[in-house]
Design a protein around this ligand. Structure first.
Ligand SMILES: C[S@@+](CC[C@H](N)C(=O)[O-])C[C@H]1O[C@@H](n2cnc3c(N)ncnc32)[C@H](O)[C@@H]1O
Length: 240
């Protein structure tokens, strides 16, 4: 078994394939930053009512816009193969906290103090980077209302490319919290649409990303190419 595809895009190297099966083939890295499947079988058809209605009306062309279930999300996630002495950060770590050593917790307030809705008010990340304080990133991200959406700033109502897509500013904040050395190589074995990758390359960190779904891999390739065409302009959007 081998990688399906490898793309080198500026400072980013992107692999299409199964990071768990091919872990031993990955290049050397200095830090790990990822947002793995949490093992909660998250619903990926939220907001897809129009697509279902179109399918009922016989318009199957619109079906392709729906999201498939996230691979690996139907079973508990095991972080152990990815743990090392290197700076490491996992989003969604509250779902597999019992499998992690003692560490530090970071939070993302997705509601910015507004009333709860049907989704989580915040998300939690675990890191082995030393520190006693729990820190919080605030960025409204609820359904179609996504403050500072990096890709479509100022426009609400646009579909995201990935059902559990994170803000690029959140990943930039994580990289700052990890206090990495200049030029440290960041590995992301659950890349999605390259959110952490966009933050990494704009902060001058070489990035290695792995994604098993072709649709998300292609979107990540497009995004990493786009930001590296005019990095100065895109870097200006990194502050939430
Ligand atoms: C929670 S999502 C990450 C979303 C990402 N933070 C973003 O903003 O786009 C996890 C991703 O890992 C991918 N994935 C799951 N298991 C994988 C594996 N074994 N190898 C590579 N990718 C995998 C899924 O397809 C999914 O896109």
């Amino acid at each position: 078994m081998n990688w399906c595809r490898v793309e080198r895009i500026g400072n980013a190297t992107l692999y299409l394939g199964d990071s768990e099966a091919l872990r031993h083939l990955l290049p050397a890295h200095d830090a790990l930053l990822c947002d793995p499947p949490y093992g909660i079988a998250v619903a990926t058809d939220i907001g897809a009512g129009d697509i279902r209605r179109a399918a009922f009306a016989g318009d199957f062309t619109r079906r392709q816009k729906g999201y498939r279930p996230i691979k690996g999300d139907d079973r508990p996630f095991d972080p152990n193969p990815w743990l090392s002495e290197r700076p490491t950060l996992f989003w969604g770590a509250n779902y597999f906290a019992h499998r992690l050593p003692a560490g530090r917790w970071l939070g993302w307030d997705k509601r910015e103090g507004l009333k709860p809705n049907c989704q989580s008010d915040m998300e939690l990340a675990w890191t082995n980077v030393p520190g006693n304080t729990v820190r919080l990133h605030r960025q409204m991200w609820s359904g179609m209302v996504r403050r500072g959406d990096f890709w479509r700033c100022g426009q609400h109502g646009s579909r995201r490319e990935h059902p559990t897509e994170k803000p690029v500013q959140l990943m930039a904040w994580c990289i700052r919290m990890m206090r990495l050395k200049p030029g440290a190589v960041i590995l992301d074995p659950y890349m999605g649409v390259g959110t952490a990758g966009a933050a990494a390359v704009l902060m001058d960190h070489p990035y290695v990303g792995v994604e098993c779904e072709t649709r998300y891999f292609n979107a990540a390739c497009d995004r990493l190419a786009l930001v590296q065409r005019d990095p100065a302009a895109w870097a200006g959007k990194l502050a939430a």
